[in-house]
Design a protein around this ligand. Structure first.
Ligand code: ATP
Ligand code: MG
Length: 675
C-alpha cells in the first residue's frame, strides 16, 4: 500500500537521507510515530529512520553526525537545521529488569525491527516513495482507532513497564480505544510500572494528562494511575471527568490536588516530587492551588505578598485560571460572574510586589536602624497595608508606618540597642525568643561575663516565677520578662536590702518616661496601676567571694488583653495596653528600663541610699495607711502599714498597739488582695 509522501521540509530532508543510504546499497525507512502521524494527518515533530546500514556506515555517509545511542545502533544525522535519528535494524534480547533488554542484536531485517515496537500503529515503516510496510496491520488499527500491542500483550508489558503507560498515553493523545485483549493484559500489568524510572513515567503522564479529552475517561484503572504517578491510592476515576474541563497539564494537576486532597498544597509538593517535576512546575501548580483556595475560602480576599508575587510571575491569567478551577469545583458558581469579580478585584489593589512599594529595605536600614529578618517583615507589613488600600504608597507614610510598627510589634535586641540613651550601646543584651526564666539565664551570664551589668529579655516567658508558685503565660509580644544582672564588688556591696525598693522606683520612672504616669508601688516592689497589678519584680542575689551577683527580674504585662489573663485574676491584674488604651512598644520600654537601671547602678556606685529617695518612694507607695497581712516566718502580722523608714523597712501597727518592723524581701499581702 502506498501513501502520499509529505512535501514538508523535514520529510523532504528525510527523503534525501533515505536516498543517500539506499544508494550505498542498504535499506532505509521512516518508522514509528512519523508514519503513524502522517497517516493521521497530524503534525510530525521528529522523524525516526530505521536502516540495514551499520552505525559506522551512517557516520561515513553523512557530513555531520553524533553517536547518540551507538550501543543501541542509533546515530543522529544533522541536515539543514534538522536532526534525524537513524537506527540500525535491531531486535532485543530477553528483558531482566522490566525495562531494559539484556542486549540488542543487529542480525535482523525490517520485520524483525518492527516486531520489537510497542503498538501496531507504531510498528509501520514507509520507504522514500511512500510505500507502506505494515506486517502487524497497524494501518487497519489506525483507521479503527485502536491501540493494540504487537505480539503477546502481557509479555510485552512485562518486558517493559513503560509500555503500560504508553498504551494509555496514545489512547488519550489520539482519542483511540484500547483493543480488548490489550486492555485485558493492561488490567493486570499495573505493577510493571514500578520498574520504570520516574522521569520516563512523568514524560508519559504529562502527555497523557495534557491530552485527555474523552468525555468518558474512567477506562483507565485507578491502580494503573497510582503506579504510573507513584501517588499511592490515587483515585483518578473520581476526578477525571472534571479534569477535562480545564486545559493544560499544570491546571489539570492543580485541579487533581484540589479535588482529591483535603490538604492540597501540603501533599502536592511531595507528590509532584515523586514524579520528578521541576521546581518551576511545582511552583506553578502550587501557585494555582493557592490562588484557587485563597479566592474560594477567604473573604474579603486580601492581596498578600505570595499572591501578588504569583500574579506577577504568571500574569493576571493566573487568577482567571484559578477562577476556572473554582467554578469546576463548585457548581453554584458561574464562570462569567466569577471572572468579572476577579477582574474587579485585581483593579482594586494598587500594588502586587515589594518593588511597587515607594520604599526599599535599604531605606529602613538607613533611617530606622533595623537589620536582619525585621526588614523583610516590615516590608511585608507595609505591602499588606498598601496593597489593600489601607495606607498611601508614599515614602513619608510608609516610613512613619514602618517606624510605628517596628516600635510596637517586634521585639528586637538591635532596635533596643539603638534606642538606648544613657546606657552604653555595647552593653551586653541577650534576647530570647522563648525562655522559662530570664533570672536564671541572667545569673549564669553575669557569673561568666566580667561586666558590671547586663540584660536578658524575652517577650515570651514560658513559665516565670510567680509568687505562691503561680504563673501564667502571655502570648509572644504581649509581655516583657527582663532581667538586669549586676556585679557588685568591694565598696559597692552595701545595703543590698534596699534593691527591691530601688527596683520598684526605677521601673516606675521608666514607665513615666514613656508617658505612663499612673504606676504606683505596693511595698516593697510590685507595680500597680489603678489598683491592679501590672508588674512584678523579683530580686535575687548570690555572694561569690568578694562579689555579689544581683539579679532584678521584671515581668510586665505590656500588651496583654483582658482575655489573656486567667478568669480568677481578671479583676486583679491589668496591662499597660489596657490602662493606656493603646499598644506599647516593648522595644522602647525595654530600652528605657535598661537606661534607668544603668543610671541606678551609677548612682548606687556613687553611694546613693534609699534614704535619698525615701520621699519619692512614699509619694508613689500605695501601701501606707492600708490594712495588711504580712507573713513572717510561721506567724502572720495583721495591722495598718504606718511608715517606711530610712532603710526601707515597713512598720506595721497591730491591734495590740505594738509596731512591728518588716524588712523588704519578706512577703506581704493585702488582706483582700492575695495576688
Ligand atoms: P511521539 O514521539 O509522538 O510521542 P512516538 O511513537 O514517536 O510518539 P517515541 O517515543 O518517539 O514515540 O518512539 C519512537 C518509536 O519507537 C515508537 O513509535 C515505537 O515504535 C518505538 N518505541 C518507543 N518506545 C517503545 C517501547 N517502550 N517499547 C517498544 N517500542 C517503543
Ligand atoms: Mg517520536
Amino acid at each position: 500500500m502506498k501513501i502520499i509522501f509529505p512535501s514538508t521540509e523535514n520529510f523532504q530532508l528525510a527523503k534525501s537521507l533515505l536516498q543517500t543510504i539506499e544508494k550505498s546499497g542498504e535499506e532505509a525507512y521512516i518508522v514509528g510515530g512519523a508514519v503513524r502521524d502522517t497517516i493521521l494527518e497530524r503534525q510530525v515533530s521528529d522523524i525516526d529512520i530505521a536502516t540495514s546500514a551499520t552505525p559506522e556506515k551512517i557516520i561515513q555517509l553523512f557530513a555531520k553526525t553524533l553517536p547518540t545511542g551507538i550501543a543501541h545502533g542509533t546515530v543522529s544525522v544533522y541536515e539543514h537545521d534538522h536532526w534525524f535519528e537513524v537506527t540500525t535494524f535491531r531486535e532485543e534480547g530477553p528483558y531482566d529488569d522490566g525495562r531494559h533488554p539484556r542486549y540488542v542484536h543487529f542480525d535482523t531485517n525490517l520485520v524483525g525491527d518492527l516486531s520489537r515496537r510497542d503498538f501496531t500503529i507504531n510498528a509501520m515503516a514507509m520507504d522514500q516513495n511512500g510505500e507502506l510496510r505494515d506486517p502487524f496491520h497497524g494501518y487497519d488499527d489506525l483507521l479503527a482507532k485502536i491501540v493494540r500491542a504487537v505480539g503477546d500483550a502481557k509479555s510485552r508489558f512485562q518486558e517493559d513497564g513503560l509500555r503500560v503507560a504508553r498504551a494509555f498515553r496514545f489512547a488519550a493523545t489520539l482519542g483511540f480505544t484500547i483493543a480488548e485483549s490489550t486492555m485485558a493484559a493492561l488490567s493486570s500489568s499495573a505493577s510493571f510500572l514500578d520498574k520504570v524510572a520516574a522521569e520516563r513515567r512523568l514524560e508519559e503522564w504529562s502527555k497523557f494528562l495534557g491530552a485527555l479529552t474523552a468525555p468518558k475517561c474512567d477506562w483507565i484503572p485507578d491502580a494503573i494511575v497510582s503506579k504510573w504517578t507513584g501517588w499511592n491510592d490515587f483515585l483518578f476515576s473520581t476526578c477525571c471527568h472534571q479534569i477535562t474541563e480545564v486545559d493544560g497539564v499544570y491546571d489539570r494537576l492543580a485541579l487533581i490536588f484540589l479535588l482529591t486532597e483535603s490538604n492540597a498544597d501540603a501533599r502536592l509538593e511531595t507528590m509532584m516530587r515523586t514524579l520528578r517535576y521541576s521546581r518551576k512546575g511545582i511552583e506553578e501548580v502550587l501557585a494555582l492551588v493557592q490562588a484557587s483556595q485563597t479566592w474560594r475560602m477567604t473573604s474579603p480576599i486580601r492581596m498578600t505578598l505570595p499572591f501578588g508575587k504569583a500574579l506577577s510571575s504568571y500574569g493576571e491569567s493566573l487568577l482567571e485560571r484559578a477562577v476556572r478551577l473554582n467554578v469546576i469545583q463548585d457548581p453554584l458558581l458561574t464562570l462569567d460572574d466569577e471572572l468579572a469579580l476577579s477582574i474587579k478585584w485585581l483593579n482594586e489593589h494598587p500594588i502586587r510586589t515589594l518593588k511597587d512599594l515607594a520604599i526599599q529595605g535599604s531605606d529602613l536600614i538607613r533611617d530606622l536602624s533595623v537589620q536582619g529578618p525585621m526588614i523583610g517583615m516590615a516590608l511585608e507589613h507595609l505591602f499588606d497595608l498598601v496593597a489593600n488600600n489601607q495606607l498611601d504608597n508614599t515614602y513619608e507614610s510608609l516610613m512613619k508606618e514602618a517606624n510605628d510598627w517596628i516600635m510596637e510589634t517586634v521585639t528586637d535586641e538591635q532596635v533596643i540597642r539603638k534606642l538606648l540613651q544613657t546606657a552604653p550601646k555595647n552593653l551586653l543584651i541577650y534576647e530570647y525568643k522563648k525562655l522559662s526564666s530570664t533570672n536564671d539565664v541572667a545569673r549564669e551570664k553575669i557569673a561568666e561575663a566580667r561586666v558590671p551589668m547586663l540584660a536578658v529579655f524575652t517577650d515570651h516567658q514560658e513559665s516565670g516565677r510567680g509568687r505562691q508558685g503561680r504563673a501564667w503565660v502571655l502570648p509572644p509580644g504581649k509581655g516583657l520578662a527582663l532581667s538586669l544582672a549586676f556585679r557588685l564588688e568591694g565598696e559597692d556591696r552595701y545595703r543590698l536590702q534596699e534593691w527591691p525598693l530601688f527596683a520598684a522606683l526605677t521601673v516606675r520612672s521608666a514607665l513615666s518616661s514613656i508617658g505612663i504616669e499612673k504606676a504606683r508601688i505596693k511595698w516593697p516592689n510590685d507595680i500597680f496601676i489603678e489598683g491592679k497589678k501590672v508588674c512584678g519584680i523579683l530580686t535575687e542575689m548570690r555572694t561569690i567571694d568578694k562579689e555579689v551577683h544581683l539579679v532584678v527580674g521584671i515581668g510586665i504585662n505590656v500588651n496583654a488583653e483582658l482575655n489573656d489573663f486567667p478568669d480568677d485574676l481578671k479583676s486583679k491584674v491589668t496591662s499597660l495596653k489596657i490602662t493606656q488604651m493603646k499598644s506599647i512598644s516593648i522595644n522602647m520600654l525595654t530600652a528605657r528600663l535598661i537606661d534607668e537601671f544603668y543610671e541606678l547602678l551609677l548612682k548606687y556606685q556613687a553611694k546613693k541610699r534609699f534614704s535619698d529617695q525615701k520621699e519619692e518612694y512614699e509619694r508613689y507607695c500605695i501601701t501606707l495607711g492600708q490594712h495588711v497581712h504580712v507573713r513572717q516566718g510561721h506567724d502572720t502580722v495583721i495591722g495598718i502599714a504606718q511608715r517606711i523608714d530610712e532603710e526601707g523597712t515597713l512598720w506595721i501597727g497591730n491591734d495590740q498597739g505594738s509596731v512591728i518592723p518588716i524588712r523588704s524581701g519578706e512577703i506581704i499581702e493585702n488582706s483582700e488582695d492575695r495576688v
